[in-house]
Design a protein around this ligand. Structure first.
Ligand code: G3H
Ligand code: 13P
Ligand code: ZN
Length: 309
C-alpha cells in the first residue's frame, strides 16, 4: 500500500475494456466516500486535486488525507494534480509528493503547449512522477458556438501523434465533445468516436484521458431540485458513451460534477427534512455514503473496473 504512479494501472487498462476513475477531492468526506468505494470494488484509483482544491484545502491537507486513506484502506492510490496551468504549480505538486501531474497547456498554441509540456515532463520524470498533458479544447455549451466551430477545437489526430512523440508525455487528454460541469450538450449528446478511434490507432500505446466525463446523474439533479435547488437543463455524457470510449484507449475518466451533485443532494435533503438539526456530521455522513454508492456505480457499471486490482 503506497502512493503509486499510473504506470502499472494504465498498462493494464490499455489492453482491457475498462478505465480507471479519476475523482476530484476537496475534503475528508469526499476522500473517504471514494476510497471506500474503490476498496469494496477492488479497483485501481486516482484521486485528483485541482489548483482550486489545493488552495481551498491548503496544500498539506489533501496530501495527508490521501496518505491516511492509503493507511486506512490498504489500497495503492495515485495522487494527481488536475489541470496544472503552468510549470510552477506542477513543480510544487511534484515536490510535495504527488505521483502524477497534469500540465494543461491546451489554451496555448501547439508549439507553446509542447514547450511547456516538455519542461514539466523533464522535471517530473527526474523525480519519478508521471505526466498527463492536454491537446484540443473542451468546449462548454455556454460558449454558444456551432457544431462545426465546436469540433474545430477537437484534438487533431496527427497533431496528437506529433505531440506525444515530441514531449514524451505519459498520457494525453483529448477533446472529442465532452466539457466540464453540468451543462455539456444543448441538443443530443455527441462524442466524436471516429476521431477517438483514429487517435488511438495512431498512438496505441498512449493512455488517453477523458475530461468532463460526468453523466450528471438525474437522480441527484432531481433530488437537488426537489429540495429547493435550481439546476434546470443539466445534461451530461450518457453512461453508454463512457463505456464505449473505454474500448478505444480511454484509460482515465475524470469525474467531479457527479461528486458535487451527489454530495449537495444529500445535504439539501437533510437540511430541509431536519431543519432543527445543526450537527455537520448528521449531513456530511449521508453525503459521504451517497458519494460511496455513486462511485461504486461508476466503477462497476460504467468503467467496468471492479475486481481489476
Ligand atoms: O476540471 C475541473 C475540475 O472539475 C475541478 O474544478 O477547479 O473548481 O476545483 P475546480
Ligand atoms: P466533470 O465536470 O464532467 O465532472 O469533469 C471533471 C474533470 O474533467 C476534472 O478534470
Ligand atoms: Zn478536466
Amino acid at each position: 500500500m503506497a502512493l503509486v504512479t499510473t504506470k502499472e494501472m494504465f498498462a493494464k487498462a490499455l489492453v482491457s475494456d475498462y478505465a480507471i476513475g479519476a475523482f476530484n477531492v476537496n475534503n475528508m468526506e469526499i476522500v473517504q466516500g471514494i476510497v471506500d468505494a474503490a476498496k469494496i470494488e477492488q479497483a485501481p484509483l486516482i484521486l485528483q486535486v485541482s489548483a482550486g482544491a489545493r488552495k481551498y484545502a491548503r496544500p498539506a491537507y489533501l496530501l495527508k488525507l490521501v496518505e491516511a486513506a492509503i493507511e486506512d484502506t490498504g489500497l495503492d492510490i495515485c495522487l494527481h494534480l488536475d489541470h496544472g496551468e503552468d510549470f510552477d504549480i506542477c513543480k510544487k505538486c511534484v515536490d510535495d509528493g504527488f505521483t502524477s501531474v497534469m500540465v494543461d497547456g491546451s489554451k496555448h498554441p501547439f508549439e507553446e503547449n509542447i514547450a511547456l509540456t516538455k519542461q514539466v515532463v523533464e522535471y517530473a520524470h527526474a523525480h519519478g512522477v508521471v505526466v498527463e498533458a492536454e491537446l484540443g479544447k473542451l468546449a462548454g455549451v455556454e460558449d454558444s458556438i456551432s457544431v462545426d466551430e465546436r469540433s474545430a477545437k477537437f484534438t487533431d489526430p496527427a497533431e496528437a501523434q506529433e505531440f506525444v512523440e515530441r514531449t514524451g508525455v505519459d498520457s494525453l487528454a483529448i477533446a472529442i465533445g465532452t466539457s466540464h460541469g453540468a451543462y455539456k450538450f444543448k441538443g443530443d449528446p455527441y462524442l466524436d468516436f471516429d476521431r477517438l478511434k483514429e487517435i488511438h490507432s495512431l498512438i496505441p500505446e498512449t493512455p488517453l484521458v477523458l475530461h468532463g466525463a460526468s453523466t450528471v446523474l438525474k437522480e441527484f439533479v432531481d433530488r437537488c431540485n426537489e429540495y429547493g435547488g435550481q439546476i434546470p437543463g443539466a445534461q451530461g455524457v450518457p453512461e453508454e458513451m463512457i463505456r464505449e470510449a473505454t474500448k478505444y484507449g480511454i484509460c482515465k475518466v475524470n469525474i467531479d460534477t457527479d461528486l458535487r451533485l451527489a454530495m449537495t443532494a444529500e445535504v439539501r435533503r437533510f437540511l430541509i427534512e431536519s431543519p432543527s438539526e445543526f450537527d455537520p456530521r448528521k449531513y456530511l455522513g449521508p453525503a459521504r455514503d451517497a458519494i460511496q454508492r455513486m462511485v461504486q456505480h461508476k466503477i462497476r457499471d460504467v468503467l467496468n473496473a471492479s475486481n481489476t486490482l
